[in-house]
Write a protein that binds this ligand. Structure first.
Ligand SMILES: Cc1cc2nc3c(=O)[nH]c(=O)nc-3n(C[C@H](O)[C@H](O)[C@H](O)COP(=O)(O)OP(=O)(O)OC[C@H]3O[C@@H](n4cnc5c(N)ncnc54)[C@H](O)[C@@H]3O)c2cc1C
Length: 375
């Protein structure tokens, strides 16, 4: 075991940790950065659906998304990787009158904050996505600048570019952190700044962070007809959603039974077959014959790192910089997260977006932020 020193120690080598490394090195190429992680293959960033959107109901989520989408557009030139960025849209529909009204109000809010949202007639919805049973649907809308990308490609891009820029990796598990260093099972790392980016494991480091694991999963299906230009298609009433992926589709459903189960941070996320059965019941009605037991296979399970108000924590605890709790939005929000953390460290304050409301102490103070568009 050897002790190390670095300018900046980043605990956690998922998409958030590597985005922080890349953004710091882009601003200050001479920085010595070490990224500490015992096993990057368990990163949840490698397991997601690759969706990105600015269709949120909170100003902060919208601003973080808009800044991130701007960066994703330039990813091949700036980071040097093709992340298969496709702005094919996020399309939401409902059969519920009250939800339709809410969705219209939220769309107005989004437009005010610079997010284009178009309403679709039900006949236009059917024309665009013919596999949908639209008989009971009453309202649909699409955010044309949202879409999907290669999530693991984003992690690989930030990691490869950071290592090329001089970042070091240390295969080690952190047991505790303080403002000037990290204690690990492979020795101590002294640093001028410490960043915690350990996703749903973040409650493990003794910092009293309000993050817990919530299980989610996705499947892969090979239906007969898929248009590769389809948007991410979301049933706002049930959360059943799918998007083109390879020759087929990637299908998700935020099963309430699954997300209410309690897990310990070090549990392995096993795939739940009963949850797919519950999804098939929804699919049978909404997309008859399109997704079924014959053409749909279990895919990946993982944990969201969830906070009580479903917004991330970006801010300081005892001079340690925290970037965690990104829930189901960590990949889509990773560019802005890295940028804002770099501003906190290099400028003393984040300026691209006013994130003073995202501090870790907001839960203790009862200053939670509202967000209704989570699926
Ligand atoms: C099924 C599913 C679908 C999803 N779909 C989307 C989507 O469409 N769009 C989207 O944006 N997001 C999606 N997400 C969410 C997204 O994957 C997460 O928000 C994101 O990956 C979180 O990134 P992270 O870097 O915070 O955490 P992680 O990627 O989990 O990285 C944390 C790292 O910290 C390391 N670590 C933990 N403890 C320690 C320690 N003590 N010492 C050192 N290292 C440690 C771990 O080994 C890990 O590598 C989805 C997630 C799931 C499960």
């Amino acid at each position: 075991m050897a002790n190390k020193t670095a300018d900046i120690a980043i605990v956690g080598g998922g998409v958030i940790g590597w985005s922080c490394a890349w953004h710091l090195l882009r601003r200050e190429p001479a920085l010595h950065i070490v990224v500490i992680d015992p096993d990057q293959s368990r990163s949840i960033s490698l397991r997601g659906a690759g969706g990105f959107r600015a269709q949120f109901a909170s100003r902060l989520n919208i601003q973080i998304s808009l800044a991130s989408i701007n960066e994703f557009k330039r990813f091949p030139e700036t980071v040097g990787a093709d992340i298969k960025f496709r702005q094919h849209g996020y399309l939401l529909y409902t059969a519920d009158v009250d939800r339709a009204e809410d969705m219209q109000h939220v769309a107005d809010f989004q437009r005010v904050h610079g997010v284009p949202v178009d309403e679709l007639s039900i006949s236009e919805l059917k024309r665009r996505v013919p596999c949908l049973n639209t008989s009971d649907l009453i309202y649909a809308q699409i955010g044309p600048t949202s879409g999907y990308l290669d999530g693991p490609g984003v992690v690989r891009g930030y990691r490869t570019a950071s290592i090329k820029g001089g970042a070091d990796e240390m295969q080690a598990k952190a047991s505790s952190v303080c403002a000037t260093g990290v204690e690990t099972d492979q020795g101590h790392v002294s640093a001028k700044h410490v960043i915690v980016a350990t996703g749903h494991w973040s409650a493990n480091l003794g910092l009293q962070l309000a993050v817990h694991p919530e299980k989610h999963q996705l499947c892969f299906a090979l239906p007969a007809e898929v248009d590769p230009k389809w948007p991410f298609v979301i049933d706002a009433d049930t959360t059943y959603h799918f998007r083109p992926y390879g020759d087929g589709i990637l299908v998700c459903y935020n099963d309430p039974e699954l997300s209410q189960q309690k897990f310990k941070v070090d549990d392995t996320p096993e795939f739940s077959l009963p949850a797919i059965e519950r999804m098939f019941k929804i699919a049978d009605h909404r997309t008859p014959g399109f997704v079924n037991r014959q053409n749909c296979s279990p895919g990946r399970a993982g944990f969201y790192g969830i906070t009580p108000d479903r917004h991330p924590i970006i801010g300081k605890v005892d001079e340690i910089v925290i970037a965690t709790g990104f829930g189901g939005h960590g990949v889509m929000h990773s560019p802005a997260a890295g940028l804002l953390v770099a501003e906190i460290i290099l400028d003393g304050k984040a300026t691209t977006v006013d994130i003073s409301a995202l501090g870790p102490d907001r839960f203790r103070k009862g200053k939670l932020i509202q967000e209704s568009m989570v699926f």
